[in-house]
Design a protein around this ligand. Structure first.
Ligand code: ZN
Ligand code: ZN
Length: 354
């Protein structure tokens, strides 16, 4: 069996792994590299045409954003992902199948579990006739709101494991504590704070963390954010019970036309690409704070705000660190393991023979 790293090792983005086993070939994830001149996975048309499946770990663009490109390059297989992920992705360029309906047999036995990164996010364990493979996807065991099936005692010849935060030394608890401290000056001065967040994932975690700490602060969200909260509040599969009842109890108002005077506002545009969200961020920066929580790609308006001192960065834990990577290695039986999603771990071999 051969595993080819088409992206995602030694870099943050473009996650894509090609598996060629005796019976079939498939991809795990097919993401883009935001802001890159050549953002696509490193795959040739000859590698793409025989693919039977693309298994998606979740809906974020760094894992699923190259599906259209893949179809243009001759992909004629099926897209496989959790029902929640497929719902988030909407219209797709190829036929799709939910994991819940994936048939066993055909030289592939598939196990999966919830990865705690966002609704719909999963890890995969593949038992193929010529080897065992594990992919963590983006993985967070200590999510405040998402359910997770911790990976223990899993056997694999090769394990690809989230280590996006690399040498970051803090635990998730310490990261959250510092995050709250970054918000505190604004919250206590009655000033507004704007959070540009991805469409799915960490936004509701931030809301859950802050709205319990400052229950009187008004909450605002754009339409996508408020729709996401409604879906999570009613989702026992992906969301923990306490978080669900909390989400049912809070009121998140639509974003007003003028920037809010106080409280916490969420916009589903992490890089501030829409001119109106960038304008809103610049206005809020004059009265309070703009907090970025993910990688601000070079060239994005979010990166410009950071450079101008109008926004600051505070991490909310939704990925693994090197320590968590080593923890998973210790508590499973992985012959070989490969940390991905970080420049801290360079890519030594693009092709791994098992
Ligand atoms: Zn993600
Ligand atoms: Zn990712």
């Amino acid at each position: 069996m051969r595993v080819t790293i088409a992206g995602g090792v030694g870099e943050h983005g473009r996650n894509c792994f090609l598996v060629e086993s005796r019976e079939l070939s498939f991809l795990v994830d097919c993401g883009v590299m935001a802001g890159a001149a050549m953002p696509w996975p490193r795959l040739t048309d000859d590698q793409i045409r025989p693919l039977r499946y693309v298994f998606l770990t979740h809906s974020h663009a760094d894992h699923a954003g190259a599906l259209g490109w893949l179809a243009e390059h001759g992909f004629s297989g099926q897209i496989v992902a959790s029902g929640a992920t497929l719902l988030q992705l909407g219209e797709l360029p190829a036929p799709a199948l939910t994991l819940e309906d994936f048939p066993s047999g055909n030289g592939i036995a598939l196990y999966w579990g919830r990865a705690g990164h966002c609704a719909g996010s999963v890890w995969y364990s593949f038992a193929l006739t010529d080897g065992l493979l594990f992919f963590s996807g983006d993985y967070m065991e200590e999510s405040l709101i998402y359910n997770v099936d911790p990976v223990r005692d899993t056997v694999a010849d090769l394990a690809v494991i989230d280590s996006a935060y690399g040498p970051e030394a803090r635990t998730p608890i310490a990261m959250r504590r510092e995050f709250v401290e970054a918000v505190r000056p604004f919250a206590e001065a009655g000033q507004p704070v704007l959070f540009p967040v991805p469409r799915y994932g960490r936004g509701p975690e931030i809301l859950y963390l802050l709205a319990r700490r400052w229950p009187a602060a008004p909450l605002y969200g754009d339409e996508a954010f408020r729709r996401q909260l409604d879906a999570l509040a009613a989702d026992p599969c992906w969301v923990q019970p306490a978080a669900r009842s909390f989400l049912r109890s809070v009121t998140v108002q639509p974003l007003p036309d003028a920037p809010p005077r106080e409280g916490f506002a969420f916009v589903s545009d992490p890089r501030l690409e829409a001119p109106e969200t960038e304008a809103l961020a610049r206005q809020v920066a004059g009265q309070g704070g703009v907090l970025l929580t993910g990688a601000a790609e070079e060239g994005s308006p979010a990166a410009a705000l950071l450079r101008e001192g109008l926004a600051r960065f505070a991490r909310i834990p939704v990925h693994g660190t090197s320590r968590e990577y080593l923890f998973l290695r210790r508590h499973n039986r992985f012959g070989r393991s490969l940390p991905y999603h970080s420049e801290a771990w360079p890519c030594r071999d693009r092709t791994i023979l098992l």
